[in-house]
Design a protein around this ligand. Structure first.
Ligand code: AMP
Length: 186
C-alpha cells in the first residue's frame, strides 16, 4: 500500500501515522522526522534545513526530493509506505509521480486529515516543540495554506483523494482512517 498522508500542522497526523504503520505493516516516511534527525546530527543537509524549519518555512524542494528519492530505494519500502509530510508542494508531488512512474508503481490513496484552522493554533501552542512558538506556528499554517493545500485539488483530479474528519478522539479518528484504508490493504 502506498499512501500519501496530508494535513495541516497540528492535525494529529503523527499520532494517526503511528497507528497506520502498525496496523498495515508499512514503512513510515516522515520528512519532518528525517530533517529533525539530520539537524540534530548536524549533517550538511540538517544545517541548511534548520534555518527554514526554525522560521516555520518549507525547506527547498530540491533538498526534500533528494532525501525522498534516496529513502524510497531502501528495501523496507518495497512492501509499501506512508508518506507523512511529503509532498508539501506541487513540484514535490510532480517529482514523486515521476519517481513512482520510473519504478512502474503508483500511489493507492491520498488521505487528508481535515481540521479547521482555528482548532490547529490551540493544539500547536500546547505542544512545546521548538517550532511551536506563536509566530512560527502562524508561518507554518500559512505555508500549509499557500503551498500544500493546492495539492488537495491535484490529487482530487487524479481521483486519489479521501478526506477524513480530524476532530474527535484518537480512536474515533482512527476508525475513520481504517474505513478509508482497509479496502486498499492486501
Ligand atoms: P513536520 O514535522 O512534518 O511538520 O515538518 C517540520 C518542518 O520540516 C516543516 O515545518 C518544514 O520546515 C520541514 N519539512 C518537512 N517536510 C517537508 C517537505 N516535504 N517540504 C518542505 N519542508 C518540509
Amino acid at each position: 500500500m502506498r499512501i500519501v498522508f496530508i494535513g495541516p500542522p497540528g492535525a494529529g497526523k503523527g499520532t494517526q501515522a503511528e497507528r497506520i504503520i502498525e496496523k498495515y505493516r508499512i514503512a513510515h516516511l516522515s520528512t519532518g522526522d528525517m530533517l529533525r534527525a539530520a539537524r540534530d546530527a548536524k549533517t550538511p543537509v540538517g544545517v541548511e534545513a534548520e534555518t527554514y524549519m526554525a522560521a516555520g518555512e518549507l525547506v527547498p524542494d530540491a533538498i526534500i526530493i533528494a532525501i525522498i528519492a534516496e529513502r524510497l530505494e531502501q528495501p523496507d519500502c518495497q512492501y509499501g509506505y506512508l508518506l507523512d509530510g511529503f509532498p508539501r508542494t506541487l513540484p514535490q508531488a510532480e517529482a514523486l509521480d515521476a519517481m513512482l512512474a520510473a519504478k512502474g508503481t503508483a500511489l493507492d490513496v491520498v488521505l487528508e486529515l481535515n481540521v479547521p484552522e482555528e482548532e490547529l493554533f490551540q493544539r500547536l501552542a500546547g505542544r512545546g516543540r521548538a517550532d511551536d512558538q506563536p509566530d512560527v506556528i502562524r508561518q507554518r499554517l500559512v505555508a500549509y495554506r499557500e503551498q500544500t493545500e493546492p495539492l488537495l485539488q491535484y490529487y482530487r483530479q487524479q481521483g486519489l483523494l479521501k478526506s477524513v474528519d480530524g476532530i474527535g478522539t484518537v480512536e474515533e479518528i482512527f476508525h475513520r482512517v481504517e474505513a478509508v484504508l482497509d479496502p486498499y490493504a492486501c
